[in-house]
Ligand binder design. Sequence first.
Ligand code: ANZ
Length: 858
Amino acid sequence: APDYDVAAIHAKWQAKWDELKPFATSDPNDKRPRKYILDMFPYPSGDLHMGHAEAYAFGDIAARYWRQRGFNVLHPIGWDSFGLPAENAAIERGIDPRGWTYDNIEQQKKSMKLYGVSFDWDRVLHTSDPEYYKWNQWLFLKMYEKGLAYRKDSWVNWDPVDQTVLANEQVLADGTSERSGAVVVKKKLTQWYLKITDYADRLLDDLNQLEGAWPSKVLSMQRNWIGRSIGADVDFEIEGAEHGSASGATAPNRTVTVFTTRPDTLYGVTFMVVAPDGDLAAELVENASDDVKASFASYLKQTQKQTEIERKDASRTKTGIPLDRFAINPVTGERIPIWAADYVLADYGHGAVMAVPAHDQRDLEFAIKFDLPVRVVLDTNAPITGAIPVLELDENGMAILPDDLPPLNPRETGTSLQGDGRMINSGPLDGLSKSNAIKKIVEQLEAAGTGRAAKTYRLRDWLISRQRFWGTPIPIIHGSDGELIPVPFDQLPVELPSTEGLDLKPKGKSPLAAAEEWINVTDPRDGSPALRDADTMDTFVDSSWYFLRFLSPNDPDKAFDQAEAEKWAPVDQYVGGVEHAILHLLYSRFITKVLFDLGYVSFTEPFSALLNQGMVLSEGKKMSKRSRKAVTFSGEIAEHGADALRLTLAFAGPPEDNINWEDVSPPASHKFLARAFRLVRDVTSAPEIEWKTGDVALRRATHRFLADGPGLAESLKFNVLVARIMDLVNTTRKVIDTGAGGEDAAVREAAEVITIALSLFAPHTAEEMWEKLGYEPTVALAGWRKADPSLLVEESVTAVVQVDGKVRDRLEVSPKIDAADLEALAMASEAVKRTVGDREIVKVIVRAPKLVNIATRQ
Ligand code: ANZ
């Protein structure tokens, strides 16, 4: 359209929004109800890309929708600005990561403004600002006070490229680093951990609250990640070492506890397996013969080369070595050999397994390979339904079972016996089903003090130390006596030093350790020389609570204002990529629960609803930073304008689906916007027009749209809502061109409703239309109109029913009713039935939708 000047309209309204601040949320007297709509904040690596374009389009549609519904909407943005890309770029170019980071932030901020996102620009935060990371340190110290932050020495995931440790969550399924792509190796280090495992049950159980509000895929990924297993801990005595210590004395017995999900199989245990890399294995071989020690040492070396993923791979050929030590089965008193094998993991359960080869596939393969006994204790061929028969006992007190089929032999078939059945070879458990046997054996173990019901989780504590520069310094001082001294709260933040003279290159040790002036401090206890902790925090600490900082982003005295948190939080709608399904969301949920326990918030889940937008693909590939194709955010905006781009993304399909850029058309979106724009040009009536008049069919269409819109927006069916706007534009155009014309009141009404609805998707165009319609800015706060219920009922006409020429009934029917339906309705009429009685009907004449004439013979 000649007067639809895309560039001018965009520039004009972006400037107006900066001036009018219609999206600010700081007025304390604002009485509107509240909504908190949050987009996951970006990492400032270069300019925004198409993935951002999609996510921010959807978050903005939600924010703009709720404003139209009369809500005070908090829609903030900030930057997740600590992290490795900045540091790596700084190393590459020999510059300070600060410059790179804040330059990129400026660039992205500019792009967001060009995109017309309705952020509250008065609440911006950057996690790399000391004003922000001070509160990471505060949070850390609060958790340290509560025993939720601790240091331990253990095998950690080491990224050999980035030269830093990684959390378990940062190691991909193929054993590589999600950051650098390098194969992750194990390294023993003393590191800081946050005790997320204390919250495992709550993190799991509270997912039920999110059912239906979060994508089910994310819920199940979180459940699997936490991985709760229910079973029992069983204590096995370990016989003292035979090859005594140097003094010749035999080591005393000690107890080893194993975790099992199948305590019912305790009578089928024929050996024990411990993790080669656990403390237990080291202890068991301490007094061993030189032969055992040597073979153990070489097996340990071999184990350490394996990734956790490889060790968990069930298809691998089993390996292991006997430790020449023995354990005593607590219920049978049997003496069983102890082996070390890499399929047992040091940090799961207790790092030791009671092996039941008849019923566990890994144990069976191991037993077959090393010729260890296999004893079936659950007959999976035995019937388990029906009443449990009274069993006869043989001379050994074992039950004689009325079996049709003999139990299968796993050693012959190579397949362990799974499923339910009846216990055999299990003394007092014989004849019981699996679940009854579990109940009974756990009771017995508890009574004897040799075992107890127990749970184990896949979730590990959150390792937060990073040996890198560009992150939050850990606010701990190491005294010369090894004491850990928290930096006093009033000395926070512990600020990062300047990079002058610092070599940031990764070398396995934090670059901060070499910052002489920074690292050397005095011990707060006595003024003696002491050292700062040289590591920085995992940046997922920064993003675990940022949604709260937005509520009082400039508060110098506290992390966030509790009263504001009560008003706004939790987040009503969170929007972001599914790549955060585990890490960021799990950590935020954890920290929210910690803050709840500390009394800082009154809710236990941070994000009430979650939308994972799909990806924008080009030629079937993700258009991320790494594989960026010709399609760029800035390029698309320059070519089509923000509105056409946003509309294209919203119209492409359900927001959670991926979009193939080849399948969509920004030019078509532009054409539609121009068409909508021309409607407004053709409205010739004044704003103060008398409503409730004009073309009735158009009014019905407009009010049907008003009635349906909210349901579509709230169920995030944005694409359907766009299609409905397009329909209404077409209907209105027809009335202008071939019906009542641009002066008709119904045309103005429709055009105004279209403009308000379009403000969700194409806000610049909608503002210009609103102004052309004769209103002051801003259309963003115009308000969604109420549908008139009288225009929503379907139209009806009155059909007359005559019997032998006399009117007997009148029926309200649809004008579109067909003859057969109308005849059926007429025949079903009580009045007609009464009149006709048992007379014979000779003829029925139907003129739908107005008349039915029934002739009878007397
Ligand atoms: C005896 C048994 C018999 C087991 C049986 C299973 C089947 P999930 O379900 O994953 O929690 N296990 C325990 N600790 C282990 C470790 N550190 N490394 C490797 N495996 C370990 O698995 C629990 C089962 O995995 C436990 O139950 C134990 O084997 C094994 F017919 O105990 B079971």
